[in-house]
Design a protein around this ligand. Structure first.
Ligand code: 13P
Length: 249
């Protein structure tokens, strides 16, 4: 079974609720697709307005983070039930910005992965190396560690439903995209690791995205690689011409 391409936006800390609604209204036409799954992960406060604006279109709305506890004294956090009740299915976990600025670790990401599956959310787990790590030649070791710890304790059924996003930190927001061969090399290594951990069927089904300066002009080449099943897109998902990535052919 062929894996369905996922074009996922990550809006990060951009757009107020009314800006989100206006942008999504404009994206309904540009992001229409019968073949590609389209997702916009938006700031939590934008979720209700974004879902309302996306009604009647193929655009799904996701979240950018979630906490691993059920409820309680965790000021400022958002629980899985809150996202589910708002109509969310997908949630980004462990983005490099959350690791760098908000002290996320492989261990907290793993707790969140487990909680997501317990509750019925689908995680998009991010991994990626710094420029220094790439230059040290430890990229694959680093990514394997991030994915191994992130997936600890997950069953095969859970693992195959998860999405992994490979996002080299040096390519995020820099305009410096990894070459399609560089991206494919790491995405293939991730699939090989999933095969080691869970076997062929899970490895063939799990979707692995590339993220880092994806744009309309490079999406076709990246998404055409055997082990790249779509993109996690920052800057280029903020405007209606995100449709150039959705309709990449
Ligand atoms: P850019 O597409 O802006 O490089 O951001 C990538 C990213 O971090 C998506 O999560």
């Amino acid at each position: 079974m062929a894996r369905k391409i996922l074009a996922a936006g990550n809006w990060k800390m951009n757009k107020t609720p009314s800006e989100a609604a206006a942008t999504i209204e404009a994206m309904k036409a540009t992001c229409a697709s019968d073949t590609v799954e389209v997702l916009l992960c938006v700031p939590a406060i934008d979720i209700p307005a974004a879902i309302e604006a996306a009604k009647g279109s193929n655009i799904q709305i996701g979240a950018e983070n979630v906490y691993f506890e059920e409820s309680g004294a965790y000021t400022g956090e958002i629980s899985p039930d809150m996202l589910l009740d708002a109509g969310i299915k997908y949630v980004i976990l462990g983005h490099s910005e959350r690791r760098e600025y908000f002290a996320e670790t492989n261990e907290t990401v793993n707790k969140k992965m487990i909680k997501c599956f317990e509750k019925g959310l689908v995680p998009i787990m991010c991994c990626g190396e710094s420029l220094e790590q790439r230059e040290q030649g430890i990229t694959i070791d680093w990514i394997r560690q991030q994915v191994k710890v992130g997936f600890l304790g997950l069953t095969a059924d859970q693992a195959k439903a998860a999405v992994i996003a490979y996002e080299p930190i040096w390519a995020i927001g820099t305009g410096k995209t990894a070459t399609s061969d560089q991206a494919e090399e790491v995405c293939k290594a991730i699939r090989d690791l999933i095969r080691e951990l869970y076997g062929d069927a899970v490895a063939e089904e799990i979707r692995i995205l590339y993220g880092g300066s994806v744009k309309g002009s490079n999406a076709a080449e990246l998404f055409g690689k055997e082990d790249i099943d779509g993109g996690l897109v920052g800057g280029a998902s903020l405007k209606p011409d995100f449709g150039d990535i959705v309709n990449f052919k």
